[in-house]
Design a binder for this molecule. Structure first.
Ligand SMILES: NC(=O)c1ccc[n+]([C@@H]2O[C@H](COP(=O)([O-])OP(=O)(O)OC[C@H]3O[C@@H](n4cnc5c(N)ncnc54)[C@H](O)[C@@H]3O)[C@@H](O)[C@H]2O)c1
Ligand SMILES: [Fe+2]
Length: 383
């Protein structure tokens, strides 16, 4: 068995790490930044933390704030057109997964003009060139898009989200600075934090998991299990731990894939605009339970990472229930609803959602084999 791993060439961690953008830009002799972000990030004064830094160092930039949550093909194409008129030679992505994913697609298309339709990037696109240099600054502690090889775009016309896998899209520098995330409201911290936990748990039990990614995923589960409640409550150290935990999860799942939670979450966002983290959060404990018998001894380690006493000595069935219950309790404590109807699902869409989820690339990594009927029943049961 041969495994491949791809990570950022350079990543900085810690409060205040954003200042390193300047030396990275100067040593690379980059001349003008194209800052990719969304209007809410601009309104909250988050992108200003970067643009002020550039100004202070006499570095030129232009801002593109046309990203929407669950970014669309149109958002990417508008970004490509704006880049072409900008004289910029590199990208700075400032935002959550939506801004970083949009920047990844823009960077890939500028360097590989054959893919301007965006749809042809789905799956493993045969791009020839690395994206133009991209510095990613996440402002949520969730997606790890700053380290992953993938990006997710919404095809509004066909009501679907599609995943693109391409090592050429990995940002050359990422800056994991919890100071850039501090303005997140508690509900956003909760939803994006559970997205990170979902990456860690699905990545840990996915079919392609192996020793090295297990190491990342278990460490990420431990960090997130210990930090998420306190981070939602506003604790600064816990928020730094979340920033690191979500990145470590990305080092794992980016290289081995995910599972049915993400497969079923993507259609919910495509149909109803449901925030990605929220869709995952509602699904996670239910799908964990459904997968339970197909996870060998791994839920024991998850229970232990949640600090459940005697996780390694209790009967396996008990350890599995403890792992699921620990996630359910965490969800409750941070205000995640328990039913899909609470986050906008319409019951009459169950078949269309199930068809889309079965076709989603993430579903193929699920440890328990999945049929259309299984997914349909799950959507209906969790409605
Ligand atoms: N590339 C990957 O590996 C990967 C992995 C998981 C998810 N994703 C994708 O990422 C997207 C979701 O990203 P997300 O969950 O980070 O959210 P997001 O980028 O969609 O942002 C959600 C909202 O939060 C706001 N926001 C972000 N940071 C803020 C801050 N610091 N203060 C105040 N408001 C802030 C944004 O303006 C936006 O309105 C989805 O499209 C999902 O499919 C990508
Ligand atoms: Fe995710």
């Amino acid at each position: 068995m041969i495994n491949r791993n791809v990570f950022n060439p350079i990543a900085y961690f810690g409060n205040g790490a954003v200042k390193h953008i300047i030396d990275e830009v100067q040593t690379r002799k980059l001349s003008k930044a194209f800052v990719v972000t969304d209007s809410q990030i601009v309104r909250c004064g988050v992108s200003e933390k970067i643009t002020r830094l550039l100004e202070k160092n006499n570095l030129a930039y232009t801002v593109f704030d046309g990203v929407e949550a669950n970014p669309t093909i149109d958002n990417v194409q508008a970004g490509v057109s704006a880049f072409e008129c900008s004289d910029a030679d590199y990208l700075i992505a400032v935002g959550g997964g939506s801004s970083i994913d949009t920047a990844k697609a823009i960077g890939i298309i500028i360097a590989n003009p054959g893919f301007t339709d965006v749809r042809s990037l789905e799956g493993a696109a045969a791009t020839d060139n690395p994206a133009i240099p991209t510095i990613a600054v996440p402002t949520t502690a969730g997606t790890a898009a700053e380290v992953t090889i993938n990006y997710v775009i919404t095809d509004v016309e066909n009501r679907r989200k599609f995943v693109c896998y391409d090592p050429h899209s990995v940002p050359v520098v990422s800056i994991i600075d919890a100071g850039m995330m501090s303005s997140m409201p508690p509900s956003l911290k909760a939803a994006t934090g559970i997205d990170a936990l979902t990456h860690a748990i699905e990545g840990y039990i996915t079919l392609g998991a192996w020793t090295l990614t297990d190491m990342f995923h278990l460490q990420a589960i431990e960090l997130i299990a210990a930090a998420l409640r306190a981070s939602v409550a506003g604790d600064a150290q816990a928020s730094e731990d979340m920033a690191l935990g979500q990145y470590i999860a990305g080092m794992g799942f980016s290289n081995v894939g995910l599972g049915l939670v993400h497969g079923m979450a993507h259609p919910l966002s495509a149909f109803y605009g449901t925030p990605h983290g929220m869709a995952n959060a509602v699904l996670l404990p239910h799908i964990m339970e459904w997968n339970s018998a197909f996870t060998e001894g791994k839920y024991r380690s998850i229970a232990a990472a949640f600090d459940i006493p005697q996780a390694y000595t209790m009967p396996l069935s008990e350890a599995r229930s403890e792992a699921v219950d620990a996630v359910r309790r965490l969800n409750q404590d941070i205000g995640i609803p328990s039913r899909l109807r609470d986050i906008g699902m319409k019951e009459e869409d169950a078949m269309a959602l199930a068809t889309a989820a079965l076709a989603d690339i993430c579903t193929g990594g699920n440890p328990r084999p999945v049929t259309l009927t299984d997914i349909l029943q799950l959507y209906r049961r969790l409605y």
